[in-house]
Design a binder for this molecule. Structure first.
Ligand code: NAD
Length: 254
């Protein structure tokens, strides 16, 4: 029996990397997947792949920073059982290298984007008897990582947002948790390496791989399997928690 048969799942940023792996796995487990991605083309590519395998999926061009846009799309979907707040953007630099524009950009997508999706989806979940929420935080929420000022700030907010929602909606049968990955090999990581360390890409890739005591980055599929567990009924007793998935980054880096 598939774990998500009959469930409707919204995955923000589902066109690439971790979100893509989650969308594909959830669809393979029977969910009807809705991808909300700024990049409509990549969202549609994932949907085409899911449909080619017999799954159910739809892509929606959406900037999660725009509350009206998110609300309008969620209104067309109807029942929502699962929300994965995954869309996110990176910034490398300490506080002095973080301009107001950088700060706003990170905040608008990583924090306000998740709030917008929750704001639209929570009333729908309440109306339909509950649901499961999973937010993509990061080890950066709880560990002081060099040169990640704005990004860490945004992921700390995600961590707290998950807990707040878990507490306020527990009586509505809504579970809310977060995942905190260390480095995962996705276009997100390749993008910030090539942007911030031109000419040193291979060296930086190796350095970032070795910063996990396990000696490599995670694969997006590994994150997706934890996401599946937390969003399925198997995790029915789990709410208000964060799950590091980090190759030993938090506890074994000594
Ligand atoms: N890759 C890592 O090492 C890592 C580690 C910890 C946490 N995370 C978090 O996981 C999430 C996914 O990361 P990834 O590595 O798969 O990233 P990615 O860059 O591969 O994919 C992100 C997706 O989000 C979409 N997106 C960006 N801005 C958007 C917006 N305003 N509205 C809608 N969609 C938007 C992009 O188009 C893209 O499809 C992010 O929240 C990231 O912070 C990643």
């Amino acid at each position: 029996m598939s774990k998500l048969t009959g469930k409707v799942a919204i995955i923000t940023g589902g066109g690439s990397g971790i979100g893509r792996a989650i969308a594909e796995l959830f669809a393979a487990e029977g969910a009807h997947v809705h991808i909300l991605d700024l990049n409509a083309a990549v969202g549609q590519t994932v949907v085409d792949y899911i449909v080619s395998l017999g799954g159910q999926a739809a892509a929606h061009a959406c900037n999660v920073s725009n509350q009206a846009e998110v609300a309008a799309i969620v209104a067309t979907i109807g029942k929502v059982d699962i929300l994965v707040n995954n869309a996110g953007v990176a910034h490398v630099g300490n506080l002095e290298k973080c301009s107001e524009v950088d700060f706003e950009r990170i905040f608008q997508v990583n924090v306000k984007g998740a709030y917008n999706a929750l704001h639209a989806v929570i009333p729908v979940m309440k109306q339909h008897g509950g649901g499961a929420i999973l937010n993509l935080a990061s080890i950066a929420a709880v560990v002081g990582i060099a040169d990640r000022f704005a990004y860490s700030m945004s992921k700390g907010a995600i961590y707290a947002m998950s807990m707040s929602v878990a507490r306020d909606y527990i009586a509505d049968n809504i579970r809310s948790n977060s995942i905190s990955p260390a480095r995962v090999h996705t276009p997100f990581v390749d993008g910030f390496i090539s942007k911030n360390y031109p000419g040193q890409e291979a060296e930086m890739f190796e350095k970032l791989s070795q910063s996990q005591p396990i000696g490599r980055m995670a694969k997006p599929e590994e994150i997706a399997r934890l996401a599946l567990f937390l969003c399925s009924d198997d995790a029915g007793f789990i709410t208000g928690n964060d799950y590091p998935i980090d190759g030993g980054f938090i506890k074994l880096n000594n």
